[in-house]
Design a protein around this ligand. Structure first.
Ligand code: CTP
Length: 415
């Protein structure tokens, strides 16, 4: 079956045309080129995915350079895996790889790679639904390359490995299986579930780095609705690899629901907010254990620590209490937005005060600065800080405009 029409219908025009031009560069170089993996899966499922992973039968790096030159783009390369990213002038990125086999020196190791055919390249992948390609060369454009019945598994809504050692080769696939299953409302096929269970019960994660485990867990937490996947991980008894004391309860489901109900903004790190929720029942020391085991980034570790060390007290001070805006500002100043959003979901009585801070107070800019004080005739010294702080607090509590602010200064601190 040919998917040219579906591709044209489903994708934004510029992405469709980009795929055509990728095929044209392949034709110019006499190389077969394909778009693969999640892009093809989501095309067939009908959910938009613009992460174009391109595989070339032949020198992927040379192809990336030729394509970037045709487009006026730039190439960033990853020598070890024979992969490159072409960054187009409008910022759109295309990942390019040489079709390759992968062998694992030991379970969980990063693979050694060798050039191969598209069939072999697809064979090394995690699940049949992710092991399809679509040809991009002019004479084959839209042809589905599906050696492992990925399309049939999409139709029967199954997540299925290609071979029995898949989870042993790469234990991160355990989390990926659950993520795809829950994202699409599919089922992990019974034999795959058995393999997953077996790999999961043998603490296979000790062979992979904390960073790889962390990436997969954050990808789950970044899903639009992460709870079903977390519950499924708990059914497979896998949550203990994050921390044995995490309890996947109705309270956690409600907390995550409330986080989702707050909506979403591109500036928020949703995975971090959900991670804070997941670790909510843990003590500060246990949260530190998780940070270390998952090699969390500094920003995440710091946010977790704020939630354990300072947030409970802060929420108590804000809970159901009518405070002056300047007081709310003083209490919340400097806290990361994710900690504040979590605080809102955790304690509804504090959420009005937090929202006031997020939507108004933190954006307020000072009306009076040191130069103004100098001009007014105040001599420089520690008094400046006091005047500026008090004026800013008054501004938060209602002063409007620069002349009111200056008036406040001269009334409150007569020269
Ligand atoms: N892949 C794999 N094993 C992994 C990770 C990735 O076989 N542990 C392969 C799969 O074929 C996958 C492709 O690499 O489709 C790209 O991986 P990635 O970008 O992580 O995922 P997507 O499938 O694109 O999924 P998502 O929608 O979550 O980005």
């Amino acid at each position: 079956m040919n998917y040219e029409r579906l591709t044209r219908k489903q994708l934004p025009k510029r992405v469709y045309q980009l795929l055509k031009r990728i095929g044209n560069t392949g034709d110019e170089m006499g190389l077969s080129v394909f778009v693969v993996g999640g892009f093809v899966r989501d095309l067939l499922i009908g959910s938009p995915n613009l992460d174009a992973d391109v595989v070339v039968e032949g020198d992927g790096i040379a192809f990336a350079h030729a394509f970037a030159e045709n487009e006026g783009g730039q190439v960033k390369r990853h020598r070890r895996f024979g992969t490159a990213v072409v960054v187009l002038p409008d910022g759109f990125k295309v990942d390019v790889a040489t079709a390759r086999t992968e062998t694992y020196a030991h379970p969980g190791a990063l693979p050694s790679v060798n050039p191969a055919s598209i069939k072999e390249d697809l064979r090394r992948r995690d699940f049949t639904i992710n092991a399809m390609a679509m040809a991009l060369n002019e004479d084959r454009f839209g042809e589905l390359v599906d050696f492992f019945d990925g399309k049939a598994d999409i139709l029967s809504e199954s997540v299925k490995v290609l071979h029995d050692l898949s989870f042993v080769d790469d234990p991160t696939r355990i989390f990926r299986a659950v993520r795809f299953e829950q994202r699409y409302g599919f089922s992990i096929e019974p034999h795959t579930a058995e393999l997953l269970q077996r790999a999961g019960s043998e603490d296979c994660f000790k062979t992979i780095s904390g960073q790889r485990l962390r990436n997969e867990i954050l990808l789950i937490l970044k899903e639009e609705n992460p709870f079903p996947a977390i519950r499924r991980l708990a059914n497979f008894d896998l949550v203990k690899y994050i921390h044995p004391r995490i309890c996947v309860s109705d309270e956690l489901a409600e907390l995550l629901d409330r986080i989702r109900d707050m909506g979403w903004c591109p500036n928020w790190d949703m995975a971090l907010i959900s991670l804070i929720a997941l670790l909510d029942q843990l003590s500060a020391d246990e949260a530190v254990d998780v940070s270390e085991r998952l090699a969390l980034r500094k920003r995440h570790t710091e946010a977790l620590s704020l939630c354990k060390m300072r947030l409970p007290d802060i929420l108590q001070r804000l809970d159901g209490i009518n405070l002056q805006p300047s007081e709310v500002y003083r209490i919340l100043k400097g806290l990361p937005v994710e900690v504040l959003r979590f605080g809102m979901a955790k304690c509804q009585g504090a959420s009005d005060n937090i929202l006031l801070y997020l939507t108004r107070l933190r954006k307020v800019r000072r009306l009076v600065n040191g130069n103004d004080l100098r001009r007014l005739g105040y001599s420089e010294g520690p008094l400046y800080t006091q005047i500026l702080d008090e004026t800013f607090a008054a501004q938060l509590d209602g002063l409007r405009g620069k002349s009111q602010a200056i008036q406040f200064v001269t009334d409150r601190f007569p020269l």
